[in-house]
Design a binder for this molecule. Structure first.
Ligand code: UD1
Ligand code: CA
Length: 452
C-alpha cells in the first residue's frame, strides 16, 4: 500500500499527568516498544511516509523517536486542545495538499485494516469531507459521541462534557482517529473556536463545520479494543494485555507451539521461526530472533539475543544482550549468557555464567563454570576452542584462551592460556589420611562428655 496523498499528524503533546511519570506518556512501552512507535509502525503498514508528530516542549525522547522514524516534529507550546494541536503541524506540511490523517500517540492498538477502510471511503463516490473511526461501547463515559442521521451519515461529534442526556445515551464513540479532506482541512481547523465546557479547541468540531458547508461526513467502525487510549498505568496494563494476546495469536498462526500461551510474553519485534516450541513462563525482551526447530523449556528470559536452528534452551536459561546461540547448541538450567557466541553443537548445561566469550563448536562446559570477565574496571574476553572440555566448577579468568580440543580439569582457576589438545589442572593435589575421620569423631565425643 502507498498513500502518497495522505499525511499523518500524530498528537503526542499531552502531559499524561495521570501516568504520574517523568517519561512523556507516549514513550511508555507496550510490548517493549514506546506507544508512539506502534503508531508510527501503523503508518508504515499503511504506506503513509509523510508524518508530523506534535510533541510538547522539552520532550526530547519523543522528538528523537519521531525523527528516527522519518517524521517531522512540531512543538505545541500551550496545549489548547486537539484542534490546536493539529494546527501546530501546519508549518511542517507547508505546500502539502493531500488529506490529513489525525492519530493519537497514546492509542497504540489501532489496526491498519480499519484505517485502510477509512482511506477507501474517502476515495469513494460521495467523498466525505471527514471520515471518523468510531466504535461501540456499552459504557462510553468520557468519550465523544458520534451523532448520526437516519441514513448513517455523521452529523457532528459531541464531547461528553457538552452532551445532553439524550446524546450521552449514544454508545457510538469517537476514537479520535480521523481523515480530513486536504482541500478544506486547514481552513476548517482554523475556524474552530473554544466556546465549550473545557474551553478547548476541539478537533471534533471539524465535522459540524464541514456539514455546515453542505459536505457529508462518515464513520468507519472498528473494535473498541483498537481505540483504548492510555491515560493511566491501569490503562497501560490493559493495552499491554491486549497487545500480548495479539502477539501470541500471531506466533501460533506462524507455526509456533505453546503449551500455555498466556504465560508467554513477547516483544513487538520478537522473531520466531517455524516449529519453535515454547513451554510455559517464558519472557522475550526486545531484539530476540529465534530460528526454526528451537525448543525453549519453561522459565526462560531473553533479550537482544539470537538463537540458531535446533538449539535447546532452559529450563531457567537467561540470554542477555549479545548472546548468540549456534545451531543445535544446548543451554541448560541456571545458565546466563551475555555478549558471547556459543557455536554450533556446544553444550552449556548447568549453573554457568558465560560473558564476553566465544565457546567453540561442540565444546562442553561443565556445571558451575564461570568466565571471570570483569575486574571492576574492564571487561576481558574468554576464547574457548572447538571441542574443548571445561571441567565442572572452573573459573576462567579473562583475558584467557583455551585451545581447540583442550581439557581443563574440574575445579580449576585458569589464568593462563591453555594450548590446543593440552590438559590444564590447577587444583591442589588430594591428600588421603586413612582412618583419620573415625579418630577425629572419637576424640570429639570424648571431649564433649568430659564437659557435661
Ligand atoms: C478526545 C476526543 C474525544 C474522543 C477521545 C478518544 C477531542 C476534543 N475529543 O478526547 O471525542 O472520544 O479523544 O480517546 O478531540 N493532545 C495534544 N495537545 C492538546 C490536547 C491533546 O497533543 O492540546 C493530544 C493528547 O496527548 C492525546 C490526544 O491529543 O494523545 C487526545 O487528547 P485528550 O485530551 O486525551 O482528548 P480526550 O479528552 O480523550
Ligand atoms: Ca484521552
Amino acid at each position: 500500500m502507498s498513500e502518497a496523498c495522505v499525511a499523518a499528524v500524530v498528537l503526542a503533546a499531552g502531559l499524561g499527568t495521570r501516568m504520574k511519570s517523568n517519561l512523556p506518556k507516549v514513550m511508555h512501552p507496550v510490548c517493549g516498544k514506546p506507544m508512539l512507535g506502534h503508531v508510527l509502525d501503523l503508518l508504515d503498514d499503511l504506506g503513509i511516509d509523510r508524518r508530523v508528530v506534535v510533541s510538547g516542549p522539552g520532550m526530547d525522547a519523543v522528538a528523537a523517536l519521531a525523527e528516527a522514524a522519518g517524521a517531522a516534529v512540531a512543538v505545541q507550546v500551550d496545549r489548547l486542545g486537539t484542534a490546536h494541536a493539529v494546527l501546530a503541524a501546519k508549518p511542517a506540511l507547508e505546500g502539502f495538499t493531500g488529506d490529513i490523517l489525525v492519530a493519537f500517540g497514546d492509542t497504540p492498538l489501532v489496526r491498519a485494516e480499519t484505517v485502510a477502510a477509512a482511506l477507501d471511503l474517502r476515495k469513494g463516490a460521495d467523498a466525505p469531507a471527514v471520515v471518523v473511526l468510531g466504535f461501540d461501547e456499552d459504557e462510553p463515559e468520557a468519550y465523544g459521541r458520534l451523532i448520526l442521521d437516519d441514513d448513517g451519515n455523521l452529523l457532528r461529534i459531541v464531547e461528553a462534557k457538552d452532551a445532553t442526556p439524550d446524546e450521552l445515551a449514544v454508545t457510538l464513540c469517537n476514537s479520535g482517529v480521523m481523515l480530513i479532506d486536504g482541500g478544506v482541512a486547514w481552513r476548517l481547523l482554523s475556524a474552530i473556536g473554544n466556546a465549550n465546557a473545557k474551553g478547548e479547541y476541539y478537533l471534533t468540531d471539524v465535522v459540524g463545520l464541514a456539514r455546515a458547508e453542505g459536505r457529508t461526513c462518515a464513520v468507519v467502525e472498528g473494535a473498541s479494543e483498537e481505540f483504548l487510549g492510555v491515560n493511566s498505568r491501569a490503562d497501560l496494563a490493559l493495552v499491554e494485555a491486549i497487545a500480548q494476546d495479539r502477539l501470541r495469536a500471531r506466533a501460533l498462526a506462524q507455526g509456533v507451539t505453546m503449551t500455555d500461551p498466556h504465560t508467554v510474553y513477547f516483544s513487538a519485534d520478537t522473531q520466531l521461526g517455524r516449529d519453535v516450541t515454547i513451554e510455559p513462563f517464558v519472557v522475550f525482551g526486545p531484539g530476540v530472533v529465534v530460528d526454526d526447530d528451537v525448543t525453549i523449556k519453561a522459565f526462560c528470559h531473553f533479550e537482544n539475543a539470537r538463537v540458531a536452528r535446533g538449539a535447546t534452551l532452559g529450563p531457567y536459561a537467561r540470554l542477555r544482550p549479545g548472546a548468540d546461540v549456534g545451531v543445535g547448541a544446548h543451554i541448560g538450567n541456571f545458565v546466563e549468557i551475555k555478549k558471547s557466541i556459543v557455536e554450533d553443537g556446544a553444550k552449556v548445561n548447568h549453573l554457568t555464567y558465560i560473558g564476553d566469550a566465544r565457546v567453540g563448536a561442540g565444546a562442553n562446559i561443565g556445571a558451575g563454570t564461570i568466565t571471570c570477565n570483569y575486574d571492576g574496571f574492564n571487561k576481558s574476553l574468554t576464547d574457548i576452542g572447538k571441542g574443548a572440555f571445561i571441567g565442572s566448577n572452573t573459573s576462567l579468568v579473562a583475558p584467557v584462551k583455551v585451545g581447540d580440543g583442550a581439557i581443563v580439569g574440574a575445579g580449576s582457576v585458569v589464568t593462563k592460556d591453555v594450548p590446543a589438545e593440552a590438559l590444564a589442572v590447577t587444583r591442589a593435589p588430594q591428600k588421603v589420611v586413612e582412618g583419620w575421620a573415625a579418630r577425629f569423631r572419637e576424640r570429639m565425643r570424648a571431649l564433649k562428655s568430659k564437659k557435661s
